[in-house]
Design a binder for this molecule. Structure first.
Ligand code: NAI
Length: 328
């Protein structure tokens, strides 16, 4: 039987972890023929709850689950890792300034990047979910000089899926008929969900883009602030939908995106579309042969340019802040 793939999940005892681990173990991440060995990484206070989740994973008797180990330090947590889902992060608490938030997360993602550099498998692929996801990915990558930087990605797939759903509802079609939309920039309220290249049932989505009031006052803010709306309604932040998006991201990365479509992911910029090289920004991407490639040659009009630039400006500010804190 094939060698199990080592999947490390950080923040394993958290709510996204709880929604994610069972899907990985059931085969939805890598497919029905690939056994997985889970490595759960938590802080010491989270270990007991992670042990409880591990007991439940055992009780599912998943045929593909080859083993579960729990760690409270990144060195062991990332030893031999093929796929790392970096979910655990330091949330913003009351009165916390942005600099404090970046610094606290630098203290998590710097050491995790170093542990990945030291001990992960040669084919390691990293998805950062924990916020601020783009800048956390940048910090981790900068501590892993021996790992190609294209192996570090940040999750904007939840934003992408939210945008697909909103666009489908507006157009009155199933989500499967909406293709080629893009999330640009930061996974934050400045993100820009772009419908100008989108297709509905194979035709340009002009019915949506011509409605500039809907676009500006409804679609863009609804997608960009959906996370806050979920918190308001549920009393807790998005968890199942975030886990679902993480599964979508990794599955497409490993197995490829469908022909004729693309998706969105935060990847290290090569300078495309005027996004400064080295920033982790969301782009339209396809996955081929296990690598993300930015979709090239899309026309970017003034409406889009202004919004992409605003989100990229925020990414530059975050990068400059972590640089001045000595975190990268
Ligand atoms: P949660 O608070 O339920 O769980 C976080 C877990 O991470 C806790 O169990 C905590 O003990 C653990 N943790 C903290 N520091 C750690 C470290 N250094 N190493 C290992 N584990 C650590 O949070 P939840 O709801 O699961 O969310 C996790 C993160 O995902 C948050 O930062 C949230 O903002 C982010 N998120 C990102 C989304 C995206 O689209 N990129 C969407 C939704 C959430």
């Amino acid at each position: 039987s094939p060698t199990p793939v080592n999947v490390t999940v950080t923040g394993a005892a958290g709510q996204i972890g709880y929604a994610l681990l069972f899907r990985i173990a059931s085969g939805q991440l890598l497919g029905p023929d690939v056994p997985v060995r889970l490595r759960l990484l938590e802080i010491p206070q989270g270990v007991k709850a992670a042990e409880g989740t591990a007991m439940e994973l055992e009780d599912c008797a998943f045929p593909l689950l080859a083993g579960i180990d729990i760690f409270d330090n990144p060195t062991d947590g990332f030893a031999g890792t093929n796929i790392g889902l970096l979910v655990g992060a330091r949330p913003r608490t009351k009165g916390m300034e942005r600099g404090d938030l970046l610094e606290a997360n630098g203290g998590i993602f710097g050491p995790q990047g170093a542990a990945i550099n030291a001990g992960a498998a040669d084919d390691v692929r990293i998805l950062v979910v924990g916020n601020p996801a783009n800048t956390n990915a940048l910090i981790a990558a900068s501590h892993a000089p021996d790992v190609p930087s294209d192996r570090f990605t940040a999750m904007t797939r939840l934003d992408h899926n939210r945008a697909l759903s909103q666009a489908a509802t507006k157009a009155g079609v199933p989500v499967s008929q909406v293709r080629r939309l893009t999330i640009w920039g930061n996974h934050s309220a400045t993100q820009y969900p772009d419908l100008f290249h989108a297709e509905i049932d194979g035709a340009p989505a002009t019915a949506l883009t011509d409605d500039s009031t809907w676009l500006t006052d409804d679609f863009i803010p609804t997608v960009a602030t959906r996370g806050a709306a979920i918190i308001e309604a549920r009393g807790a932040s998005s968890a199942a939908s975030a886990a679902n998006a993480a599964v979508d991201h990794v599955r497409d990365w490993v197995h490829g995106t469908p022909k004729g479509d693309w998706t969105s992911a935060g990847i290290v910029s090569d300078g495309s579309y005027g996004v400064p090289e080295g920033l982790v920004s969301s782009f339209p991407v396809v996955s081929r042969d296990g690598r993300w490639e930015i979709v090239q040659g899309l026309e970017v009009g003034d409406f889009s340019r202004e919004r992409i630039d605003a989100s990229v400006k925020e990414l530059v500010e975050e990068r400059d802040a972590v640089r001045s804190l000595g975190l990268i």
